[in-house]
Design a protein. Structure first.
Lengths: 398, 840
């Protein structure tokens, strides 16, 4: 997508998820001299986000077509920082030139969403980007700082679990702010030109936010506008699996909402899309987290399964591996007495895949310490979604 | 006062039915919208510098968020959030929020509930089933001992800069309300609480309740009005935040935002009181309850200054400060507290106040008494005004205008019982005697007191108000300058509310000044007709005729339209006071004549002629006016406009026996007869002709030119001829008369000789040239006439003129003139024959 074509299609704000055209976007004045252009409270931002912070002035959208910048009426500084016309949040700079992919990571309380995101993004940057010739960069300081302070540092530097995510009902809470990254796929030629690019938007939500209808309306509007959903299910909540665990202290508290969470997601999306019937066309990656803990219990997961292997995604998405894992996971679920879960997903989504993964590679339930991080298949759902959206090609390796 | 409770934390069992952050329990009665709002308030993130997994000893050291603010429903809510570390699952990051929702307004400063023993900081039993919480009665709750004003005084005294910091913080609160810049204080958690307490408790409770606060704010967004934060939070407190977003007081680094300067304002006063006299601040808080004022704005400065003044701490206030303070009090005073405020004002030291400030205070008291309508308050207000009056009136009268203004308020606000008010104020007049002697009391004061005394006596329905000694005493004091018309007028103004009083004033002042009549006229002109007549009748009955005459003359003389004024006066007086009118009318008409241009006056006289006013006026005036009218009448019968006037004037003259000179109506009638070829000349007519000599030269000339030939032509008697000639001829028009006469004489006729010329010849032969007014050289004119006649006679046949000569001879033979005429006649005759012969 080049800059010009971006002006002819609508975009989705990664914050408020409203559609807008590039020609309608105002700009945020870029003048650093607050004396020449004093900051002020952005009334729209205050109304939408309860954010009464004084910020540089809002510059009206320029009249000319295909404008990429605007000049501040007060100080004449040229600004390129676009704002969402509906909520006045700063939009990623590449918006319009890049495709925007919103991936929602949702799941029940304690299903490991925050840990999954922490490890996924770290794995992407450290390992997979090299394998797949990808580039992943945070689009703003907020994403960079938040990821570092709230996700990376506890897990990788301090070896402890991430604190429980607070509910997103408090609007000004940083929980409502997504993690936004630019993802570039480089070409293989001498100049390594960018072949494809996308803006990735990850949401880490509190499990409680899926509880109540009003919370869903406020905090999870993004789910129905997502381009892909990774739903993390905790296998340790399945009754069959729990019964096989000898030491109950290693188990999280029982919530009994594994299938219910899927029902709520389907209801939420249908409400958001105002379609009460039919299957949801959003690709759904059903990922069973904490698979290392399940694998440690004898007889739950056979040792010969493809799930135990380390897939290679060199040059693209390993489809053969995915298909094998998908089949294995469905078999396992059925064998664990939760075949209704599979039927529920088949009846609700047009595109879905089953995955098993472990973000940490260890069970921190007892003392909340993470001695080491050995992720397993943590990238599979994400790469599958990229593949489904045509961002990645099929890998030639098997 | 009931308070509803909410517990919020991450727990296994809560109201949602699922584990996680949720409301664990609440008191029934909290609305769903309030629940959601409370949930949004419940958030906690420990400082970044705190250990990620604090041990049990460290946990209590983490700052607690004690948060206060109104919910959208309007109910105040107080939340204490404590970090508890692990949740039911063992994960870190859990906190416990205990919220109290007040169903009524708190009776303590919110910070005082910090030490309430009922605060929960963690779940007692994780596995217990959630149950509804009871409502709490906080009515008997005592203020936190840590935050008593005495404790806060000690806190401020611990470091020398703290009072100054507090003053700046308070000023920043004011500025921040206007600029939407919250206050952010960075200090240790404990000291932060004390700062919050100092700021909050500097304000009276209603204002404090309008200020939201948080004792530990992590996020730099959606701040309360007052925020305490610590190091390692989301606040950067950089230049942007210091100068634009917040009013920052970073007491850890010593940096602070620039705060607007101010002196003697609420921040200065409150911080001083708190640091020096907490009890005084407490009294101010009690005083502030007198007002229905809840905003944190500069009205608090007014309240503080007013309090300071009423407490006697400051003996004076500037005019602006006093006016603003009282305006605030008037605007905001609670109805049930007005009385107390009024009593405080009564005790206030008013003696040192500048007049405008004292006036403002008195007016405030009056207005307040008017609002409460309480007899005691009314008494306070009246007493305050009396004090103010006596200080200004007997003390030289400076700024007395202010006292008058205050009195106007007194009259307007305490109007419900004017009789009582008059009774309360009349003693001022009684006591005035002691001050009038030295002549030091200014005129303004005396006039005011005179005016009011009359009003009060009238209100009390006392008899003979105008002659009351309290009144006359004041008039006496004033009348030393009776030559000042303005002063006289003002004195009369004081009595002008009652005809009897005004008449009494005039009686008292009559003779004191010749200007009294004019002043009275001025006052009566503004009054209704009946009022004026009443006064005049009273004056007439007391024989103040000169005064009445002066008044009448002033009415006419000083009016912008004297004629209209005269007419109005005439209509009024002629019917109601005819005797007075008759006495006055002559002088009035003359006055009118003096003040009105001639043509207007004459025109008016014509109107009066037709309205028969002239019949009412004295004969002398009527004669004069008839003369004026007479001058307006044209003798030309063709001038129709004069016809009506002439007839009416003639009737008037006949009725009143007025002799017109010249009698233009008669001359006009005579001329009409001449034109109608009816020159029947009577003896009256002969006399009338003499009036023609009084006509204007032009009129005279035209009259003679028309009348003389016609009349002479009809006369055959030389005596009548003579009468006509002598009556008509006048020295001024002599030349013209001679010319007309000679023309008539020389005029060619069918008959060479007739009786009229014979009558002329008879007259001229007999007339005494010396007594004739016809010519200044009678001899010459007579000769000329006789020559002419002689020439005409010569044209007759001899026997014809011989008979005539013979007849004439019999009558005038003895005269020398006749001899000359005969000789001349002979000469003429001979000269004619001789010419004939010489020609032959």
């Amino acid at each position: 997508m080049n800059a010009l074509t971006g002006h002819f299609r609508s975009h989705v704000c990664p914050y408020c998820f409203e559609d807008f055209l590039l020609s309608d976007t105002p700009y945020r004045c870029a003048n650093p001299d607050v004396r020449r252009c004093p900051p002020e409270v952005d009334a729209l931002r205050e109304a939408v986000w309860e954010d009464d912070t004084r910020r540089p002035r809002v510059v009206r959208p320029p009249v000319r077509l295909f404008a990429e910048a605007a000049r501040c009426e007060t100080c004449s500084t040229v600004s390129r920082q676009r704002l969402c016309p509906h909520c006045h949040m700063e939009l990623p700079l590449g918006l319009g030139r890049r495709r925007s992919l919103v991936f929602a990571v949702i799941g029940a309380k304690e299903s490991g969403k925050s840990h999954y995101l922490a490890v996924l993004i770290t794995e992407l940057r450290k390992r997979l980007c090299a394998d797949l010739d990808l580039g992943l960069d945070a689009v703003n300081d907020e994403t960079r700082e938040r990821f570092r302070n709230e996700f990376y540092r506890p897990v990788y530097e301090e070896g402890r679990t991430i604190v429980a995510t607070q509910t997103g009902r408090r609007l000004q809470n940083s929980v409502r702010q997504p993690l936004i990254y630019d993802l570039n796929l480089f070409g293989s030629g001498r100049h390594r030109r960018i072949r494809r690019s996308a803006t990735l938007v990850f949401f880490d939500t509190a499990g409680e936010d899926l509880d109540r209808e009003e919370s869903i309306r406020i905090a999870n509007r993004y789910v129905c506008r997502a381009d892909g959903i990774i739903v993390l299910l905790d296998p340790l909540q399945l009754p069959y699996v729990r019964r096989r665990f000898r030491d109950p202290r290693l188990l999280p508290s029982e919530t009994g909402e594994t299938s219910e969470i899927l029902s709520r997601i389907v209801r939420l999306i249908r409400k958001g899309r105002r379609r009460q019937t039919g299957r949801v066309p959003i690709p759904l990656a059903v990922a069973f987290s904490k698979f290392d803990a399940v694998g440690s219990v004898d007889g739950l997961v056979g040792p010969q399964l493809q799930l135990h292997s380390h897939p290679s995604h060199d040059g693209g998405f390993n489809v053969a591996d995915y298909e094998a894992v998908n089949d294995e996971m469905q078999s396992l679920i059925a064998s664990w007495g939760s075949a209704d879960l599979i039927q529920q997903i088949k009846g609700s989504f047009t595109t879905f895949g089953f995955f098993g993964l472990s973000a940490l590679g260890c069970n921190p339930h007892r003392n909340k310490r993470i001695p080491h991080v050995i992720p397993k298949r943590v990238e599979d759902p994400f790469l599958w979604l990229l593949y489904r959206h045509g961002f990645l090609k099929k890998s030639k390796t098997r | 006062m009931k308070s509803l409770q909410v517990h919020y934390t991450s727990c296994r069992r809560g109201l949602s039915g699922r584990p996680g952050y949720q409301i664990r329990g609440l008191t029934p009665g909290i609305e769903p919208a309030e629940e959601m709002e409370i949930e949004r308030r419940c958030s906690y993130r420990p400082p970044r510098s705190s250990p990620p997994e604090p041990d049990p000893e460290t946990l209590p050291l983490l700052p607690r968020d004690f948060r206060f603010g109104d919910l959208s429903s309007g109910r105040p809510a107080l939340t204490l959030t404590t970090y508890v570390g692990r949740d039911y699952s063992g994960r870190w990051g859990n906190f416990f929020s205990h919220t109290l929702v007040f169903t009524d307004e708190p009776t303590l400063w919110p910070i005082d509930y910090y030490e309430w023993e009922g605060w929960k900081s963690r779940l007692d039993d994780e596995d217990a089933e959630p149950e509804s919480l009871p409502a709490i009665d906080l009515k008997t709750e005592q203020a936190a001992e840590s935050f008593t004003l005495q404790e806060l005084k000690e806190f401020l005294g611990e470091e020398p800069d703290r009072v100054r910091w507090l003053e700046l913080m308070l000023r920043a609160v004011f500025a921040g309300r206007e600029e939407k810049r919250p206050l952010v204080i960075r200090d240790t958690p404990v000291q932060g609480l004390y700062w919050l307490a100092c700021i909050h408790k500097a304000f009276p409770l209603p204002q404090a309740l309008s200020l939201s606060f948080s004792s530990y704010q992590f996020e730099a967004r959606k701040c309360s009005d007052l925020n305490v934060t610590t190091a390692a939070t989301a606040f950067r407190l950089d230049r942007d935040e210091r100068e634009y977003r917040f009013y920052v007081f970073d007491l850890l680094s010593g940096e602070a935002s620039e705060v607007p300067s101010g002196t003697d304002d609420f921040p200065a006063l409150a911080s001083r009181w708190m640091s020096e006299e907490p009890a005084y601040l407490e009294r101010f808080h009690a005083f502030a309850r007198s007002f229905d004022h809840r905003d944190v704005d500069h009205d608090l400065t007014h309240a503080a200054r007013l309090f300071d003044f009423l407490e006697g701490r400051r003996t004076t206030l500037s005019e602006t400060a006093m006016v603003d303070a009282l305006a605030f009090a008037e605007r905001s005073a609670a109805p049930d507290r007005l009385g107390g405020l009024l009593e405080s004002c009564c005790r206030a030291p008013g003696a040192d106040l500048e007049t405008p400030a004292e006036l403002a205070l008195v007016i405030f008291m009056i207005k307040t008494a008017g609002r409460t309508a309480h007899p005691e308050h009314r008494r306070y207000a009246v007493a305050a005004w009396r004090d103010c009056f006596e200080r200004r009136a007997w003390g030289g009268g400076d700024d007395f205008q202010a006292v008058r203004l205050a009195f106007r308020q007194l009259e307007n606000r305490l109007v419900s019982n004017p009789r009582k008010l008059a009774g309360e104020l009349l003693p001022i007049s009684d006591s005035s005697d002691g001050h009038l002697g030295g002549g030091q009391v200014p005129e303004e004061v005396l006039l005011f007191l005179l005016d009011r005394t009359v009003a009060w006596l009238t209100e009390l329905a006392l008899p003979r108000v105008g002659r009351d000694v309290r009144v006359t005493r004041l008039i006496e004091a004033l009348s030393v300058r009776a030559d000042d018309p303005q002063l006289l007028g003002k004195i009369l103004d004081a009595g002008a509310r009652n005809p009897g009083v005004l008449a009494d004033f005039c009686t008292f002042l009559d003779g004191a000044s010749p200007l009294l009549g004019a002043c009275l006229a001025e006052r009566l002109r503004r009054q209704p007709d009946d009022f004026a007549l009443d006064v005049r009748q009273r004056l007439e009955s007391r024989s103040h005729r000169q005064l009445l005459m002066a008044e009448a003359l002033a009415i006419v003389g000083e009016s912008e339209d004297p004629i209209v004024t005269f007419e109005a006066y005439h209509r009024q007086m002629a019917t109601r006071m005819p005797a007075t009118w008759r006495r006055q009318v002559g002088e009035l008409v003359e006055a009118l004549h003096r003040s009105v241009p001639e043509q207007y006056f004459c025109h008016q006289a014509l109107i009066w002629l037709h309205e028969e006013l002239l019949a009412e006026v004295p004969r002398q005036v009527a004669t004069w006016l008839a003369g004026l009218i007479n001058r307006q009448i044209s003798i030309d019968p063709e001038a129709a406009a004069s016809e009506r006037h002439a007839g009416r004037l003639r009737q008037l003259g006949e009725r009143l026996g007025i002799e017109l000179m010249p009698d233009r109506p008669a001359l006009r009638a005579f001329l009409a007869r001449v034109r109608a070829s009816e020159p029947v000349l009577s003896s009256c007519d002969c006399e009338l002709l003499s009036h023609a000599r009084r006509l204007t030269p032009e009129e005279y000339e035209s009259f003679v030119a028309e009348v003389l030939p016609a009349v002479l032509e009809s006369i055959s008697d030389h005596e009548e001829h003579g009468q006509v000639v002598t009556n008509l001829a006048c020295s001024e028009g002599r030349d013209r008369f001679q010319g007309i006469y000679h023309e008539w004489l020389a005029k060619k006729r069918k008959e060479p000789w007739d009786e009229s010329r014979e009558a002329a010849l008879g007259f001229w032969l007999r007339c005494d040239p010396d007594s004739s007014a016809v010519t200044h050289d009678p001899g010459a004119f007579r000769r000329q006439v006789l020559d002419t006649l002689a020439q005409q006679l010569c044209r007759l046949k001899r026997e014809s003129w011989a008979g005539l000569v013979q007849r004439l001879n019999a009558r005038v033979a003895s005269l020398a003139t006749w001899q000359q005429f005969r000789e001349n006649l002979e000469h003429q005759r001979k000269r004619g024959l001789g010419r004939l012969f010489r020609r032959a």
